[in-house]
Design a protein around this ligand. Structure first.
Ligand SMILES: Nc1nc2c(c(=O)[nH]1)N[C@H]1C(S)=C(S)[C@@H](COP(=O)(O)OP(=O)(O)OC[C@H]3O[C@@H](n4cnc5c(=O)[nH]c(N)nc54)[C@H](O)[C@@H]3O)O[C@H]1N2
Ligand SMILES: Nc1nc2c(c(=O)[nH]1)N[C@H]1C(S)=C(S)[C@@H](COP(=O)(O)OP(=O)(O)OC[C@H]3O[C@@H](n4cnc5c(=O)[nH]c(N)nc54)[C@H](O)[C@@H]3O)O[C@H]1N2
Ligand SMILES: [Mo]
Length: 550
C-alpha cells in the first residue's frame, strides 16, 4: 500500500504505452476484430499491428491530454508480435493475421447454442469430420495448451499473479462508495483500502505447466465455493458426481479424480449440468436462495414445475429443448410462456438490481453531477471541426457535404457473417455501400450506385452510394461489418486499398462509464463499463472518380 501511495508502484493503465505494459500476443476466436467489432479500425492497423493505415487525426494537443496517464511523444506502432485468428471464413482479421487456424464449422463439431433471446438450447452435431487441416475450436485450444504447458514447465513454472479485481455487482462491494461520493486516495482524500476505495488486490497462483491438465477437468473450487450468478450461489454437488459417471473421471495429474472434460461433448454435458436453465434442481435451489435474499415470494414456483428435469447433451441432440425458468435470467418460460426480459421483476416483485431496488432515473453520483447527467439527457455530438450540413468545395473543386455518420446492424448479415454469401451479395450491392438521402446526394451530384468517398479524422472509405428517400437529410448509414475483402477499391485520398465502416469510427471513453462501487454502477469488464462508441461521428462525403482501381 505504501508503495502505491507513494507512486513508486503504479498500475499498468497509468502508462499504457510502456512496452512492458501492452500485450504481445492476441488470439481472435469467434470474432472479427478488424472487420467487425474494432471501433477505430485505422488506429488498430497502425498502433496494434503496425501496418498500412489511414489514420488522419493529429496527436491531441497538450491541453487535451490526460494528466495522470503518461503521454509518450511517440505512440507505439505495431504493439503485437503475433496475431492468431481461428475462423472458418476469410475475414478482414484473417487477412491481417500472422497465423490463421482453420476452424470446424457447425456441422463438423459438438457444441451448444443458446441465447437469452430464444427459448431453446440446440446441439451442434458433426455430420462429417472437419476437412483438411480444420479442427474444432476445442481441439485447437487443447492442442495449443498442450504445447504451451510443455514450454511453460521450463520457461514459466509456477507464479503468483496479483490481480486488480473490480468491486462486484450484487455483492456488498456495491455499497463501497455511499452517496456516490468518490474519494481519491491518490490525492490524499482517503487511504487506499483494497475493496473499499480501490480495486481488490487478489493473488492468484498459476501453475502454467498444468494449464492443459486443468482445461481437461472440472475444477475443485466448485465443491467448496459453488457457482455464483448475479449474487446467487448454488451448490452443484450431485451434478459433479453425476458428471464423473457421464463423462468419466480423470485418472492422474492435477485433475485426478475430477470429472473429465477431455472432449467438447464432455464440456457440453458440464455446461448443461451446471446451468439452471437446463437443470431444474439448480434452478429451484437458486430461486429459493433468491427468495431468501430479496424477501420476494412465489419465485420457487417459477421453476418447480420442471424441478425434476435435467436436459442432457443427448436430449439436445434428439431435438432442441426448451429451457427452464432460472434465477440466472429475468424472464419466465413457466407454463410454456415465451421469454421476455424483466418478467420476474415486474410480476413477482423481485427488486431491480439498483440502489433503490426500483427502476430509477435520477442518479446521485459525483461524476454524473459534474457532467450534468443525473437525469438522462441529450448530448449533441462532440465538437468536430466541421458542422453538419456544411457544404464546401474540396481542393479539386468537387462538392462535399458534412453529415452524421451512423453504423447500425445490417439487414444483409449478422455482423460480418453471411455478407459474403452469394444470395446476400445478390440482394445487396455486392460490396460496401453508404446509404444517403436524396438531398445530400444532390448536393454532391451523386446518383444511386455511383462511387463516393467518405473521410474524417479517423480514416477514409471508398464505396458505392445507395441513394434513398429512406434516409433523412444530414444523416448517412454505413451498415455494420462490411468486411474489407469484397469489392473494396483504392481510395483517392490516400491511394491505399480500403476503408471499412470502422475506419471512420474510433473508441471514445465516456468518464461516467468508469463509475464503480455504487449499486448498479459497478464496473466490470463487459458488464457496466466503458462502451465502444460508434455513434458520435461526423464525416465528409464527396463523389469520386468513377474509375476505381483495386
Ligand atoms: N461501428 C460499429 N461497430 C460495431 C457495432 C456497430 O453497430 N457499429 N456493433 C458492435 C456489436 S453490438 C458487436 S456484437 C460486435 C460484433 O463483432 P464480432 O463478434 O467481432 O463480429 P462477427 O462478424 O460476428 O465475428 C464473428 C466471427 O466468428 C466466426 N465464427 C462463427 N462461429 C464460429 C465458431 O464456431 N468457431 C470459430 N472459430 N469461429 C466462428 C465467424 O465466421 C465470424 O468471422 O461488433 C461491434 N462493433
Ligand atoms: N440482421 C441482423 N440482426 C442482428 C445483428 C446483425 O448483425 N444483423 N446483430 C445482433 C446484435 S449482436 C445486436 S447488439 C443487435 C443490435 O440491434 P439494435 O440495438 O437494434 O442496433 P442498431 O441496428 O445498431 O441500432 C438501432 C437503431 O439506433 C439508431 N441510432 C443511432 N444513433 C442513435 C442515437 O443517438 N439515438 C437514438 N435514439 N437512436 C440512434 C440507428 O439509426 C438504428 O436504427 O442486433 C442483433 N441482431
Ligand atoms: Mo452485439
Amino acid at each position: 500500500m505504501d508503495e502505491l501511495k507513494s507512486g513508486r508502484l503504479r498500475f499498468a493503465a497509468e502508462d499504457p504505452d510502456d512496452p512492458a505494459n501492452f500485450p504481445r500476443v492476441l488470439t481472435v476466436w469467434r470474432a472479427n476484430l478488424l472487420g467487425s467489432s474494432g471501433k477505430g479500425n485505422e488506429y488498430f492497423l497502425r498502433h496494434l499491428l503496425g501496418t498500412d493505415a489511414d489514420v488522419r487525426s493529429e496527436e491531441t494537443p497538450p491541453r487535451g491530454r490526460p494528466r495522470e496517464v503518461v503521454w509518450r511523444d511517440e505512440a507505439p506502432e505495431g504493439k503485437l508480435d503475433l496475431l492468431v485468428t481461428m475462423d472458418f471464413r476469410m475475414t478482414s482479421t484473417g487477412l491481417l493475421s500472422d497465423v490463421v487456424l482453420p476452424a470446424a464449422t457447425w456441422y463438423e463439431k459438438d457444441d451448444l447454442s443458446s441465447t437469452d433471446m430464444h427459448p431453446f438450447v440446440h446441439a451442434f452435431t458433426p455430420a462429417i469430420a472437419p476437412p483438411w487441416q480444420a479442427r474444432t475450436d476445442y481441439d485447437t485450444f487443447l492442442t495449443i495448451a498442450d504445447r504451451f504447458s510443455e514450454l511453460a514447465a521450463d520457461h514459466l513454472g509456477t507464479r503468483t499473479d496479483v490481480l486488480a479485481v473490480p468491486l462486484t455487482h450484487d455483492t456488498p462491494d456495491e455499497l463501497a462508495q455511499p452517496g456516490g461520493v468518490v474519494r481519491d486516495w491518490k490525492t490524499g482524500e482517503c487511504e487506499p483500502v483494497p475493496g473499499r476505495t480501490m480495486p481488490k488486490l487478489v493473488a492468484v497462483e498459476r501453475d502454467y505447466a498444468s494449464t492443459a491438465q486443468k482445461m481437461r477437468a472440472v475444477g475443485p473450487l466448485l465443491d467448496t465455493l459453488g457457482t455464483t450468478t448475479k449474487g446467487v450461489t448454488v451448490h452443484p454437488d450431485r451434478e459433479i458426481e453425476e458428471l464423473r459417471h457421464r463423462c468419466g473421471t480423470v485418472r492422474d495429474g492435477v485433475g485426478a479424480g475430477r470429472p473429465s472434460l477431455a472432449t467438447a461433448s464432455d464440456m457440453c454435458e458440464a455446461i448443461l449440468a451446471l446451468s439452471g436453465t437446463t437443470n431444474g434442481r439448480l434452478a429451484t435451489e437458486g430461486f429459493r436462495e433468491l427468495e431468501r435474499q430479496t424477501g420476494s415470494e412465489g419465485l420457487v414456483e417459477l421453476a418447480a414445475e420442471r424441478e425434476a428435469e435435467r436436459i442432457t447433451f443427448a436430449d439436445t441432440r434428439t431435438q432442441p429443448r426448451s429451457v427452464m425458468t432460472s434465477y440466472e435470467w429475468s424472464g419466465s418460460e413457466t407454463g410454456g410462456r415465451r421469454y421476455s426480459p424483466f418478467v420476474i421483476n415486474t410480476e413477482h416483485k423481485k427488486p431491480w438490481h439498483t440502489l433503490t431496488g426500483r427502476q430509477h432515473f435520477f442518479v446521485q453520483h459525483d461524476w454524473m453531477t459534474e457532467l450534468g447527467e443525473q437525469l438522462p439527457v441529450f448530448r449533441p455530438p462532440l465538437n468536430a471541426r466541421r458542422a453538419y450540413g456544411d457544404e464546401q468545395l474540396h481542393e479539386d473543386g468537387r462538392a462535399e457535404v458534412t453529415v452524421r455518420y451512423l453504423t447500425p446492424h445490417s439487414k444483409w448479415s449478422i455482423h460480418s457473417n453471411y455478407q459474403d454469401n452469394k444470395y446476400m451479395l445478390d440482394l445487396s450491392r455486392g460490396g460496401p455501400v453508404i446509404w444517403m438521402s436524396l438531398e445530400d446526394a444532390e448536393k454532391i451530384g451523386v446518383k444511386d450506385n455511383e462511387w463516393i468517398e467518405a473521410y474524417n479524422r479517423n480514416g477514409v472509405v471508398a464505396c458505392r452510394a445507395v441513394v434513398t428517400h429512406r434516409m433523412p437529410e444530414g444523416t448517412v448509414y454505413m451498415y455494420h461489418a462490411q468486411d474489407r475483402n469484397i469489392n473494396v477499391p483504392k481510395t483517392e485520398l490516400s491511394g491505399k486499398r480500403g476503408g471499412m465502416h470502422n475506419s471512420l469510427t474510433r473508441l471514445l471513453l465516456k468518464p461516467t462509464h468508469l463509475a464503480g462501487g455504487y449499486a448498479q454502477f459497478t464496473y466490470a469488464f463487459n458488464y457496466y463499463g466503458p462502451t465502444g462508441n460508434q455513434r458520435d461521428e461526423v464525416t465528409v462525403i464527396r463523389r469520386r472518380s468513377q474509375r476505381v482501381e483495386y
